[in-house]
Design a binder for this molecule. Structure first.
Ligand SMILES: [Mg+2]
Ligand SMILES: [Zn+2]
Length: 432
């Protein structure tokens, strides 16, 4: 499969005068070379660079790719045609699905996994998506329960809006059919207009949610951050190269106040200090993954759309503190009948409802988590038992239910914390 890199950027904000944007040095090596080497490391050897501004600098550095052990074609545009038009220029060599990467992204992404997801879903396009620490000024992607892109929320967002925290990292897998949506003349952009047009035409696009590192290096500040993340090992640590520890987080009573039924965004009240503590995990490159039983969906007290809106509220409150959850898993099931309006097909004895470990095991599979080095923070012994069933250590916080279900379980917590901050302090100390 071909790796196509958009390499026509100018790099004005980086102050580059003698080289185009993708050639910006990151810790002494051109970013474009890092992209090539990363993709090659995951087994890809067929590259297309879409160049424009100062394309000769790129051609001189990479040649036909022989020096780097790959095959490389350069397709140069004379007038900028946007990210869509640039790809269209290479249409005659793109007869199969291909990966498109923007040339200003520092990444360590297992592209084989991304491509396997694309084939499994069978859509016209797959977008690599993840949360970031500034969703309020990002273009956002809304996914349905199956991971299909439901809509895009372009910035700017209304003040005080409840927003999901999911953004496209400008890494796509595209079926050649996607090129049919690129206008034959003029400028066009995948993220800004083409994807929305494809959805409007009934095409299926999917979001591939990953904790892997992928950040744009468009400003000197971001370059400095990227270099620090390389030096600290964060870029590699978040990859699938080796299993990594995560911190699993129960939701109600741990992140937000336990009020016996959080059914609407207005019901969600973040516990003081939670955002700043999760931000410590984000900064350290330790995935923060919510695992929550939501049996009120099965009981008919709330719909899955209501639940999604509550998660959006959680995303929004965390983002106000510069923090994010890397992923979230919920169990909508409940084993016993007897509620008016209950949803029959969710009234099952499932494998995901804590104290069973299903959600933790699914997260470990999806994100390459080392369960033996991971922790869970919960407010009930149900959480502790689920953690132990997955081989994960458990910190019980004395908020929410404060471990009131102790009598039902033999498991002891590995750490008991007065509050979330003490739990995270203990866990970070343990992982260091
Ligand atoms: Mg709880
Ligand atoms: Zn379940």
């Amino acid at each position: 499969m071909k790796i196509v890199v958009l390499a026509g950027g100018k790099g004005t904000r980086l102050g580059l005068t003698d080289k185009p944007k993708p050639m910006v040095p990151i810790a002494g090596k051109p970013l474009l070379e890092r992209i090539l080497e990363t993709a090659k490391g995951y087994g890809f050897e067929d590259f297309v660079f879409l160049t424009g501004h100062m394309g000769d600098v790129i051609a001189d550095h990479f040649g036909d790719g022989t020096r780097f052990g790959v095959r490389l074609a350069h397709v140069r545009e004379d007038t900028p045609l946007g990210t869509g038009g640039a790809v269209l220029q290479a249409a005659d060599i793109l007869s199969e699905p291909f990966v498109l990467i923007y040339g200003d992204i520092l990444l360590d992404v297992d592209l084989s996994r991304l491509i396997a997801f694309h084939h499994r879903k069978g859509g016209v396009a797959t977008l690599f998506v993840h949360p970031n620490d500034h969703p309020h000024d990002s273009d956002l992607v809304v996914l349905d329960a199956d991971g299909r892109v439901a809509s895009f929320l372009p910035k700017p967002h209304p003040d005080g809006a409840i927003l999901p925290n999911l953004v496209s990292a400008a890494i796509y897998v595209l079926d050649p059919r996607a090129l049919d949506f690129v206008p034959r003349s003029g400028s066009s952009d995948w993220g800004r207009d083409l994807f929305a047009g494809m959805i409007a035409a009934g095409e299926r696009l999917y979001g591939y949610r990953s904790v892997e590192y992928a950040k744009d290096m468009g400003t000197p500040d971001r370059v400095a951050k990227g270099e620090a993340d390389l030096a600290s090992g964060k870029v590699v640590r978040l990859s699938y190269r080796q299993p990594k520890p995560a911190v699993f987080l129960d939701r109600d009573g741990v992140l937000n106040e336990e009020i016996d039924g959080v059914h609407t965004p207005g019901d969600l009240h973040l516990i003081d200090g939670v955002a700043s503590q999760i931000k410590l995990l984000n900064t350290a490159g330790i995935p923060a993954i919510c695992v929550t039983n939501q049996p009120d969906v099965a009981k008919g007290k709330m719909s899955t759309q209501d639940l999604a809106a509550v998660f959006d509220a959680l995303d929004t409150r965390l983002a106000e503190g510069g923090a994010y959850l890397d992923d979230r898993y919920f169990c909508p099931h409940h084993p016993e009948s007897g509620w008016p309006g209950e949803v029959a097909e969710l009234k099952i004895d499932c494998e995901c409802r804590k104290p069973k470990p299903g959600m933790l095991l699914a997260a470990a599979h999806d994100h390459g988590i080392d369960l033996g080095r991971s922790w869970l923070v919960g407010d009930r012994y149900t959480d502790v038992a689920a953690a132990h069933a997955a081989g994960v250590r458990a910190a019980l916080v004395l908020t929410g239910h404060k471990g009131s279900d102790k009598l039902r379980f033999e498991d002891e917590a590995d750490f008991i914390a007065a509050d979330f901050a003490s739990a995270i302090e203990h866990i970070l100390g343990n992982l260091r």
